[in-house]
Design a binder for this molecule. Structure first.
Ligand SMILES: Nc1ncnc2c1ncn2[C@@H]1O[C@H](COP(=O)(O)OP(=O)(O)O)[C@@H](O)[C@H]1O
Ligand SMILES: [Mg+2]
Length: 379
């Protein structure tokens, strides 16, 4: 509940159980895990943290607690990266999660905020249109005109809220925000205060306050961080999954939980279909087949794990609503091509070549080859 004014707006869902919500916040979805962790967590917590850094790491990486309770892994990959990220948040430096799209930057940011402060909703979405007000504070103009500048007329931003409560503020896609607006963060991060000159006052951050930002290296050069700002962040680079098995594990886990949330009437996808989609993604991303024998051209778009997840997911919807409830190659083909062919001319050539040189030759991929050809008949 972050809206302070006009709060009826925020209450439209009241009476609905949290299960009716399309996408729950991490702290809602994993409330039980967080509570179990808090129960057994006797290690020292930084001021105002809900859990110790040890417990936050366990929440992210998964594991079995002494009492037998199972914590599901949220991030699949190098635990050291998560440790660095968590440790950073306990210092006076902010955290910047950096990497190619779809490497779980937003996902990790949400789960870190959920585990550390129990609130992942203090979010500023970075866009070219993000202005200073969305990072500092705005005004309720009706009140401002009627009463003049007053505390009541102030519209608190998620950042200000996080400072007041000693929580974590999240900034998504920091490098999309215009440079002069980004610089608003410098005072916040170095002085830990937010001046409000109109009221001749300031908000001083409570202990526990920090910022998690994400940035995409595809946006590099759009609005690069100034060096003054860079110095205030510790950067953790999230890589693409190192191995095929790791990537398959990520995709199956996410597809499973998304499928449940959307209540699609379909069988659990066969691991074989997931393996095929992940294989195609990895081969096109790396420019070479998994056997290492054939070079393939690389398409223009990003083929991240996140896209693989949505390809399988839309395949499941096709199978559930138009197919026989079992995921088949024909359910996947359209989504797969949609993900790969982003440029209708160049990527199409890349894809057709891949179909001929790789897919066609694989003995147990005949159904796949046929399905893809049906969707993409040569012009
Ligand atoms: N290493 C990983 N571990 C767990 N989930 C991952 C991993 N990589 C990608 N994902 C999944 O990919 C999806 C997209 O990630 P997201 O955080 O939106 O990417 P971005 O890096 O672009 O912010 C999430 O649903 C997340 O679960
Ligand atoms: Mg993101």
């Amino acid at each position: 509940m972050t809206i302070t004014q006009g709060s009826e707006l925020n209450e439209t869902n009241i009476g609905d159980s949290v299960d009716a919500v399309l996408r729950q916040h991490a702290e809602q979805q994993y409330a039980e895990e967080l509570a179990e962790l808090a129960k057994i967590d006797t290690r020292q917590r930084p001021p105002n943290w809900q859990l110790s850094p040890w417990a936050v790491r366990t929440y992210l990486m998964g594991g079995k607690l002494e009492n037998g309770f199972e914590i599901s892994p949220k991030y699949v990959g190098n635990a050291r990266l998560i440790e660095i990220a968590v440790a950073t948040l306990a210092t006076d430096r902010a955290l910047l999660l950096y990497g190619v799209p779809g490497t779980a930057k937003s996902w990790v940011s949400e789960h870190l905020a959920a585990a550390i402060t129990g609130d992942s909703t203090l979010l500023v979405q970075g866009t070219a249109g993000t202005d200073e007000n969305s990072i500092r504070y705005g005004w309720n103009y009706a009140r401002l005109l009627a009463e003049g500048p007053s505390k009541n007329a102030l519209v608190v931003s998620p950042m200000m809220h996080a400072m007041q409560e000693g929580k974590l503020a999240r900034i998504e896609e920091l490098t999309r925000i215009p440079s002069e607006v980004q610089d608003t963060l410098i005072t916040i991060l170095s002085e830990k205060t937010l001046p409000i000159p109109e009221l001749n006052t300031e908000v001083q951050a409570r202990k526990g306050f920090n910022v998690i930002a994400t940035a995409n290296n595809r946006d590099k050069g759009v609005n690069e961080l100034s060096s003054a700002l860079t110095r205030r962040f510790n950067t953790v680079i999230l890589p693409l999954p190192a191995t095929m098995e790791e990537e398959i594990a990520i995709v199956s886990r996410r597809v499973d939980s998304l499928g449940k949330a959307l209540e699609i009437p379909v069988e659990k996808p066969a691991l074989e279909e997931i393996r095929r989609v992940v294989t195609i993604f990895r081969e096109l991303r790396n420019g070479v087949t998994v056997e290492g024998t054939t070079k393939v051209k690389v398409p223009s778009g990003t083929l991240s794990t996140a896209e693989a997840i949505s390809v399988i997911n839309s395949g499941l919807a096709m199978a559930g609503y138009y197919g026989d409830g079992e995921l088949r190659a024909s359910d996947l083909a359209a989504g797969l091509i949609g993900a790969i062919v982003k440029d209708p001319v160049q990527d199409r050539i890349v894809w057709l070549e891949y179909l001929q040189t790789v897919v066609k030759g694989r003995r147990d991929w005949k159904d796949f080859y046929r399905a893809c050809n049906e969707v993409l008949t040569p012009q």
